[in-house]
Design a protein around this ligand. Sequence first.
Ligand SMILES: Nc1nc2c(c(=O)[nH]1)N[C@H]1C(S)=C(S)[C@@H](COP(=O)(O)O)O[C@H]1N2
Ligand SMILES: [Mo]
Length: 390
Amino acid sequence: MRTPLAPPTPEQFASRLRSPAVAARVGVWLGVSFGICFVTGLVSHYAQLPTQPVPFPTSPSWGYRVTQGLHVTSGVAAIPLLLVKLWSVLPKFFERLPLRDHRRLLLAVLERASIGVLVASAIFQLATGLLNAAQWYPWTTFSFRTTHFAIAWVAIGALVVHIAVKLPIIRDVLTSDIEATAHDRATATAPGALSRRGLVRTTFIAAGVAVLATAGGTVPWLRKVSVFATRTGEGPGGVPINKSARAAGVEESAMSDDWRLEVLVDGVVATSLRYDDLRAMPQHTADLPIACVEGWSAQGSWSGVRLADLLDAAGAPADRDVTVTSLQESGPYRVTTLPAGFAADPRTLLALDLSGEQLALDHGYPCRLIAPNRPGVLQTKWVTRLEVGT
Ligand SMILES: Nc1nc2c(c(=O)[nH]1)N[C@H]1C(S)=C(S)[C@@H](COP(=O)(O)O)O[C@H]1N2
Ligand SMILES: [Mo]
């Protein structure tokens, strides 16, 4: 007799929906979304490196907007796919190990361990990514970006091994009819609530709904159906606000008459400018997006002083990285590095206006950095110092 707390046996999962035929069909799209997530994630990670062996390009200005929109959208699409995939293979986790045959036992343990790594890392990536996109940051003890990046390699490595191991079965079930039973478990014979085709179709529809619900963060005409993309279209000038001036603790310093923009060259203050000095310089306009790592993005028409003009006026060489510092006294986005190529790009501005109106305090008044093809997280607000290094 089985004790009530004993784990289920594979025989108890009798539904014929739990089959390699379903797992492989859902798995193909899960693999595609993980692939897109991985590649676009590498792009985002690289774009945020303070020193880049090969400089991140400044064009097209919307490049990061597209890759990061794809990253978050494919990640959200992967959630229903992963859930159904796991459901379809669940009995596998309860299969008895071939304890008597040592060679088979070793293989079975290795296979289960590799799948355990894949499942754990996949769930970790989707869960942390989703929490990040929902702007809920429970992690105070580890850095999201470093961890998400490291586990991405674990997940993609385990995925490649998994596909390689399963390739013969995958090939077989994908080239056979979905109802074929050649690879089914012997006890998976009970008809399910819907057909296999119905289950696969429902799963794809769920993934499609998830895509539509997220993609509006990037694609303006999808906004109305995008229940998850709550950020787009709010805020002064049609650009949302992630961190308000109040939350950043800069309300007073940003409004103060004492505010100055200092330009330091080789550690020495070369110029110190007042707001009116910036207004008196030649003004330029650039249409550039704020593309947040969390997936939302919004185009803005920014006007202000060209960063290259400012550096030139301060007598700084044009081929140096620039350290941009905010009035904000703490927080991870207080200081950012602007690579030389971005500093030299004529579209890179210290913006004073958005949509022809003075920058709102929450958008970074008195001035904020805006550069093409740059992660939103690095578009520093409430700028007070530019340092040109050696
Ligand atoms: N000083 C400072 N700059 C900042 C931030 C911040 O928290 N502090 N947040 C960044 C993030 S995550 C994004 S997406 C953009 C958003 O700019 P917005 O609020 O004008 O849309 O500002 C960036 N600049
Ligand atoms: Mo952001």
